[in-house]
Design a binder for this molecule. Structure first.
Ligand SMILES: [Zn+2]
Ligand SMILES: [Zn+2]
Length: 288
């Protein structure tokens, strides 16, 4: 039995699990991308691209298992995308695991920096951006590039367009659709000012603390407290939002009541919780 919850956010199928200090991983199977590896649950092994947000154990523990399992079941080597400052240390970890297991597990560890796009497949990229948490923490936006006829050429016939192309005129422009943004762990920060983040259709963002007495803990650990959410909502006005990284002690019903007191009723409608189990009749059928 997999332990991930199956969800939809702005039309995107997601499978995930997220509890602060324990495990966080979110898989988007149709895009062949996962965000954080958690403890490498079964569902992540077949995913070719894993974007690691930072080095804390609850997000990164499963890296070696992910590479090793793919090798074991005969999948092509996986790819882990991570802040460049963590790439060497992760490689050393894999080298040590090679010594322990008696053979290396092939895989690519790709170090990236703020705004260094990574191609996932044709017309699909992830764009990393700095967040406000541990050193070397990154969020990621999953972005689709769409090619559109430039407005000045709309209404031209097929042969006319072909003729223009032959003349070397670029008849198409590219637009970016920001399908989803995953922040990993973070406090509010400058990343909220990034234009592509603001345009996200779906946002997975942490909200670790709800208790009014835990504001100082949120500040100390550079996490989001529920009172910070209005700032997030104002910065990212159109996104469907899913909250991650709650603690064991968070009572979901109580968290919702607190949330109701903090955000407007229209904003409330676009917020959901990753760790909320869907009602029985809405649960998707288990897929093989
Ligand atoms: Zn965490
Ligand atoms: Zn963390």
């Amino acid at each position: 039995m997999g332990r991930l919850l199956h969800k939809q956010l702005a039309g995107i199928e997601l499978a995930g699990f997220s509890l602060a200090g324990e495990e966080t991983t979110v898989v988007a199977p149709e895009y062949n991308v996962a965000f954080d590896v958690g403890r490498a649950p079964r569902e992540i092994i077949s995913i070719d691209n894993v974007c690691l947000s930072h080095g804390h154990m609850d997000h990164a523990a499963g890296v070696a298992y992910y590479f090793s399992q793919r090798n074991f079941i005969g999948n092509a080597p996986g790819r882990v995308i991570v802040h460049i400052d963590l790439a060497q240390a992760l490689q050393r970890l894999m080298d040590v695991w090679g010594d322990i297991e008696g053979h290396p597990s092939p895989g690519t560890i790709e170090g990236v920096e703020h705004l260094q796009d990574v191609e996932i497949r044709r017309n699909l990229i992830v764009r990393p951006f700095n967040v406000n948490h541990a050193a070397s923490a990154l969020g990621y936006s999953l972005i689709e590039r769409r090619h559109k006829l430039k407005p000045e050429f709309i209404g031209k016939t097929g042969p006319q367009l072909v003729a223009l192309k032959r003349e070397g005129i670029a008849i198409e422009g590219t637009t970016e659709v920001v399908l989803l943004t995953y922040t990993g762990d973070t406090a509010v920060g400058r990343f909220l000012e990034l234009d592509f983040v603001a345009k996200s259709r779906a946002l997975l963002i942490e909200c670790t603390f709800f208790d009014p007495e835990h504001r100082d803990r949120a500040v100390a650990g550079r996490h989001i407290h529920v009172v910070d959410l209005p700032e997030v909502l104002a910065a990212i006005p159109d996104a469907q939002i899913m909250l991650t990284h709650m603690t064991h002690r968070t009572d979901l019903r109580q968290a919702k009541r607190i949330l109701e007191g903090v955000v407007s009723s229209s904003d409330l409608e676009r917020i959901s919780f990753l760790m909320e189990r869907p009602p029985r009749n809405e649960r998707p059928r288990r897929q093989r």
